[in-house]
Each structure stands twice: as structure tokens, then as C-alpha cells.
Design a protein around this ligand. Structure first.
Ligand code: AQP
Length: 334
């Protein structure tokens, strides 16, 4: 039995329009989890500036992510939705974690290696210490559960390491070790152009991803043009695993239908891709179309969105500030 109150925390970066990977990997689960937990969902704008951002685009992306949360079904009245930079406790705790976390740990982060690539000497320091800020985001609320896509698993493990080291260093049992919640059939949605790369906002090809703001015809066309091959859909899981693009389409459809991938495979084995793509396009339109319409409605009332953010800031600060005050005492600042 843990002494910690169960609480969910997760965040999404306002780095562009949200895609199907963000939805199936994270936001769909945000909505489910609010039935059982107290949830804190954050638009992580401070993470976004670890790479260059255009300030006016950043502002509008913040409101679009907020609108996407609400349109997808996050209940902003019952839960907390807010903007990271509006609660200074995140930055304050992240400095402490910069001093707890080890350079060797950060050097092992594959996302940093992927994003920095050969340009390692020239990327921002923020990009490297990003996982320390992520640990602060979660632990400023003593959150116990963190719904994320599979790509964030390593960062979550680092958050646990930081929590553990802080507890050991200061001889306390203050931080919970937050558990990643990575579930569903699409924990890693892949690019529609290359089944070995994850679907991502920063992929140069618009045809690699489906956005929550795509019109119905665009969704259908992106699915129709998704990379496939000239063979029929395989029947065994082994054969499916050797065809990453086909596996991706089956996984996405399974997630849309809330079915097991093996069941979906059985329904399509031996059939042509065009049949699978037609059904997938239709399923995606059914899911995305109402979300898109609601995003547009919400974005027509920006004052209301700003009010929702202000309320979220108050509610988030009311949890994080007393926790930060206790942390300041533990480290000897007070
Ligand atoms: N392809 C994906 N499949 C499943 N889950 C995914 N997530 C992101 N991509 C996929 C999950 O969505 C949540 C929010 O992610 P984020 O936008 O904050 O950051 P990210 O993972 O860096 O997303 P992108 O699209 O890849 O952005 P860029 O291109 O800007 O780096 C997280 O829970 C993430 O796991």
C-alpha cells in the first residue's frame, strides 16, 4: 500500500497541430483515466522552446493544444488543464533536479541523441535537460501515474531515477516513483510514409501523419496514399511483423475499433490493402471529424480558452506550491 494519493499527470508540447499518434498514444487515455483518477494535464510550452519556436505561432499552438484536449473529451471543469509556464514551480523544481540528475543519465537518452543528431554541440542546453524538467512537471504534483506514448518510456524511467535519488540523498520518502501508463493498440503510431519511424509533428512530409484538424477528404486521401506493398495482407503475426507499414495500419485500426490486433488481422488476412485502407479511413473520419469540429468551435472563442487556462493555473498552483515549499525545506532553502 502506497502512502501517496493517486494522481495522474501528463503533458503535450505545443509544437504544431496534434496528430493521430498524440491522440491514440496519449490523449485518448487521458480521457479514459479521468473516470478513475484526479488528473492534471499540461500544455508544456517550456518544453517546446528547447527547439526554436516562432512566438506568435507558439501562442496559437498553446490554445490549439488546449482546444484539442477539450475537444477529445478532457473535462476541464472536473480536472486541471493548464499551461506549464504559468506555474513557476515547474522551473523551480527543475533546477533542483538539474542538481540531482546525472550527466551520464542524460547522455543515454535516445530522444536527445535522435533530435541532436550530428549537431550535438549546437543544440540548446534545454534539449539535453528536457527530461529533468519533465520529472519536475510530474513530481511537482507528486503524481503517481503518467499516461504517455511508448517514445516517452525512457524519460519516465529517468523521472523515477531522479525521484529515487532525491529520496536517498535527503533520507526522505517524499517523492512517489511515478508509473508510466503505456497502453492500447497504438502506443507507438508510425509514420504513414515509413513504418520504421514514429509519426511525428516535425516530419517534413505532411502525408506521414494525420492531424486532428484534417478534413475528412484529407484523412481518406492520406490513408489511401499510405505506404504499403503489392502483396495481400498476411495471415500470420510473424509475417505481419516483417511488414512495418502493414502492422502500423492494422494497429491503428485496432486502436480505433478498440479490438485486439490479432482479431483485426484475422478479419483482413488475404485481402487487398485497398479494403483495409477504406475501412481505416472511414473509422478515422468517424473519430476525428467530431473532434475537428469541436476544436474549430473552441478556437472561435479565445477569451473562453484563456479563462480556462487561468482557472487551471490557480488549481495547479494550489497543489504544486505547498509541495515545492516542502521540497525547499528538505533541501535546506528554508
Ligand atoms: N507516434 C506516436 N505514437 C504514440 N504516441 C505518441 N506521442 C507522440 N508521438 C507519438 C505521445 O504524445 C504525447 C505528446 O507528445 P509531444 O507532442 O509532447 O512530444 P513528442 O513525443 O516529441 O511528439 P512529436 O510529434 O514527435 O513532436 P516533435 O516532432 O515536435 O518531436 C506523449 O505522451 C508522446 O509519447
Amino acid at each position: 500500500m502506497t502512502k501517496f494519493q493517486q494522481r495522474v499527470f501528463s503533458g503535450v508540447q505545443p509544437t504544431g497541430a496534434l496528430h493521430l499518434g498524440n491522440y491514440l498514444g496519449a490523449i485518448k487515455n487521458f480521457v479514459e483515466l479521468q473516470k478513475k483518477y484526479e488528473c492534471v494535464y499540461c500544455v508544456v510550452d517550456q518544453h517546446a522552446i528547447t527547439v526554436d519556436q516562432n512566438p506568435s505561432e507558439l501562442r496559437s499552438n498553446i490554445l490549439e493544444v488546449l482546444a484539442s484536449f477539450i475537444a477529445a473529451g478532457v473535462d476541464y471543469k472536473k480536472q486541471i488543464i493548464f499551461q506549464q509556464s504559468s506555474v513557476p514551480a515547474h522551473s523551480q523544481l527543475s533546477w533542483i533536479f538539474n542538481c540531482v540528475s546525472r550527466i551520464g543519465w542524460l547522455n543515454r537518452m535516445t530522444q536527445f541523441k535522435d533530435k541532436a543528431g550530428k549537431n550535438r554541440e549546437n543544440v540548446s542546453v534545454g534539449l539535453m535537460v528536457y527530461p529533468n524538467l519533465m520529472a519536475a512537471d510530474i513530481l511537482a504534483y507528486l503524481a503517481t501515474h503518467v499516461p504517455v506514448g511508448d517514445d516517452q518510456k525512457q524519460h519516465l524511467e529517468l523521472s523515477r531515477d531522479i525521484a529515487q535519488k532525491f529520496n536517498n540523498d535527503f533520507g526522505v520518502d517524499f517523492f512517489p516513483l511515478p508509473e508510466p501508463l503505456i497502453y492500447g493498440n497504438a502506443t507507438r503510431v508510425m509514420s504513414l510514409r515509413d513504418g520504421t519511424k514514429k509519426m511525428s509533428k516535425s516530419d517534413p512530409s505532411e502525408f506521414s501523419r494525420i492531424l486532428l484538424t484534417d478534413e475528412d477528404e484529407v484523412i481518406i486521401s492520406k490513408v489511401r496514399k499510405a505506404k504499403s506493398d503489392s502483396e495481400l495482407i498476411p495471415s500470420s503475426t510473424e509475417d505481419l511483423n516483417s511488414k512495418p507499414e502493414c502492422l502500423n495500419l492494422i494497429n491503428i485500426l485496432s486502436a480505433c475499433l478498440n479490438k485486439d490486433s490479432s482479431e483485426t488481422l484475422r478479419s483482413y488476412s488475404g485481402k487487398e490493402y485497398s479494403i483495409l485502407k477504406k475501412d481505416l479511413g472511414d473509422s478515422l473520419v468517424q473519430i476525428i471529424s467530431p473532434i475537428r469540429k469541436e476544436i474549430h468551435n473552441l478556437l472561435n472563442n479565445k477569451d473562453e480558452l484563456s479563462n480556462i487556462l487561468s482557472t487551471g493555473t490557480e488549481k495547479a498552483s494550489a497543489i504544486a506550491n505547498p509541495i515545492l515549499a516542502d521540497i525547499y525545506k528538505i533541501v535546506g532553502f528554508k
